[in-house]
Design a protein around this ligand. Structure first.
Ligand SMILES: Nc1nc(=O)c2c([nH]1)NC[C@@H]1CN(c3ccc(C(=O)N[C@@H](CCC(=O)O)C(=O)O)cc3)C=[N+]21
Length: 296
């Protein structure tokens, strides 16, 4: 039996529709247009593609997109000054500084400089702490998108065995927090985990976020499990290249109950959740009711 393939593109379009509805409502009733500022330092080609997509989709849902493209040689002080300016701009409700930043800039310092209320990435330590203690936080976009798909697939996650492979600050750790908050039994597996295949085979929910192309094969998957593939890896394919996840799709699809593809799975949901977080931040900034179904 072949798994159900979770259509992240369609799911993301649905989320963007809800965001657009709420944006229209904010404009009509409150005269407010949410604004998202994206800061890109340097010319990394993959980053440029993401930033362009983000800007395009921001405008499509009716929000203002403010883009700042800075030279790779921009000093840390100049970047921090820009963030300060955006923090103090009432038209800007969300700020995202695209990672990675060049080596001469301390990413932790940059993340700490973004006002927690405008931190639509959810990377500021205040938001990390709020999430970890079960309080109202800005939640990182990729784990939020994964959670939305899992809730749709399972309804309740209560009591399910969830294994997150990968312990990054931007995906693995916040994903584990969200699953725990939904009462799953959560294991974080990583490069030092003993018998990692065996650990994965116990998972009703398997989230792969390691950044290693096709590492997780079908024999690591419990029959019927839901597999969420966060990986986006570009690998050689003959003369060209192709995108693959951290999961070996062709073998996993034969075992899983449901699985996200790459591309077309988690990636589109990440951007949709960024838009959702921007609306949420805007509503919180103005003391207005938050949109339903767009937050954790
Ligand atoms: N501060 C910060 N926040 C981020 O959220 C952030 C970041 N920095 N740096 C880079 C990564 C990467 N990222 C992606 C988002 C969407 C797709 C996406 O939509 N991918 C499509 C197509 C990919 C393609 O064709 O190249 C898909 O998976 O179907 C991919 C990657 C957000 N990131």
């Amino acid at each position: 039996m072949s798994a159900k393939i979770i259509d992240g593109k369609a799911f993301a379009a649905n989320v963007r529709g809800k965001v657009a509805d709420h944006v229209a409502h904010l404009k009509e009733v409150n005269g407010i247009t949410p604004g998202l500022a994206v800061v890109l330092v340097g010319e990394d080609p993959a980053s440029q593609v993401y930033v362009r997509n983000k800007g395009k989709q921001t405008v499509e849902v009716g929000m203002n997109s403010i883009e700042h493209k800075l030279d790779a040689s921009t000093s840390e002080a100049d970047l921090l000054a820009l963030i300060d300016q955006l923090n103090n701009d009432p038209e800007v409700h969300g700020i995202l500084c695209q990672l990675p930043v060049p080596d001469h800039i301390d990413a932790d310092k940059v993340l700490a400089a973004i006002s927690p209320a405008k931190d639509v990435d959810g990377f500021h330590i205040s938001n990390v702490g709020l999430l970890g203690t079960g309080q109202k936080a800005m939640v990182p976009c990729t784990p939020l998108g994964c959670l939305m798909m899992l809730r749709e697939e399972h309804g309740s996650l209560s009591g399910l065995n969830a294994v997150v492979v990968g312990r990054s600050n931007i995906v693995g750790k916040p994903m584990a927090q969200l699953l725990l908050r939904d009462s799953a039994t959560v294991t974080i597996a990583h490069s030092r985990t003993k018998d990692i295949e065996e650990v994965c085979r116990r998972a009703d929910i398997l989230v792969a976020a390691v950044g290693r192309p096709e590492m997780i094969t079908g024999d690591w998957v419990k029959p019927g499990a839901t597999v969420i593939d966060v990986g986006i890896n570009r690998i050689p394919n003959g003369e060209k290249t192709k995108l693959v996840g951290d999961v070996h799709f062709d073998s996993a699809v034969e075992v899983a109950g449901a699985i996200t593809p790459v591309p077309g799975g988690v990636g589109p949901m990440t951007i949709a959740c960024l838009l959702a977080n921007t609306v949420t931040a805007c509503c919180r900034a103005h003391g207005l009711e938050e949109p339903e179904g767009l937050t954790a």
